[in-house]
Design a protein around this ligand. Structure first.
Ligand code: SAM
Length: 193
């Protein structure tokens, strides 16, 4: 898989959370194997995920959402440097506002924004995910805090509660077939029936 190590390094140096290589490798393989053409990423950060997906898959376009202006501007620079402005559409927006207002539908959605909001995004995601479409949600282990392997840090309680509710909902939802995969920090892999 083609990876821009410079962007990855810069993310680490500036404390920007970016996706793990094995997570992106799984996502790219899934997009290619299922011939997904339209992709939505919730949580752009500095564009590492969307650039990796754009360069390693046959998808036609990626819409990606970021609320933080500095990260959005850095993502814009990175996307331009990779000549991917035709394939990656960056949106400076609160993901909930986008999910509530968009009229687009997607073959593949990568949920990697605010973890405590996954459960609130889900009903909107289900409306814009095509039948047979795939939803991958990152960080469902949240470094072991969801399973109880490590104690929940101060300030993370509500987020972990939200993640647990998200897991319980996707694994029992009548419109979804879901597996929780031990890849990266734990992935929710759901197919819309
Ligand atoms: C884990 S990072 C995304 C990493 C990215 N997917 C990648 O692979 O490089 C999550 C991002 O979601 C953004 N975010 C947080 N709340 C948001 C919201 N309400 N709407 C859109 N983006 C949000 C954060 O600013 C952060 O940059």
């Amino acid at each position: 898989m083609k990876i821009d190590e410079t962007i990855k390094q810069s993310g680490k140096e500036h404390g920007v959370p970016i996706s793990l290589d094995d997570t992106l490798s799984f996502i790219c393989k899934t997009i290619n194997e299922n011939n997904c053409k339209s992709v939505l990423e919730i949580g752009t950060a500095i564009g590492f995920g969307s650039i990796t997906i754009a360069e390693n898959t046959t998808c036609e376009f990626i819409d990606t959402l970021e609320i933080d202006k500095d990260r959005y501007l850095q993502a814009q620079k990175n996307v331009e440097a990779h000549n991917l402005t035709d394939k990656i559409n960056l949106h400076l927006i609160d993901a909930m506002d986008y999910l509530k207002s968009t009229t687009k539908t997607y073959d593949f959605i990568y949920l990697d924004g605010p973890k405590g909001q996954y459960i609130n995004y889900l009903p909107h995601i289900l409306k814009i995910l095509k039948k047979g479409g795939i939803l991958v949600a990152d960080n469902l282990n949240f470094h072991g805090m969801v399973t109880g392997a490590i104690p929940i840090s101060k300030g993370c309680r509500a987020m972990i509660k939200g993640l647990k509710k998200y897991i319980a909902t996707i694994t029992t939802h009548p419109a979804l077939i879901t597996q929780i995969l031990p890849i990266g920090d734990g992935l929710g892999y759901s197919i819309k029936k």
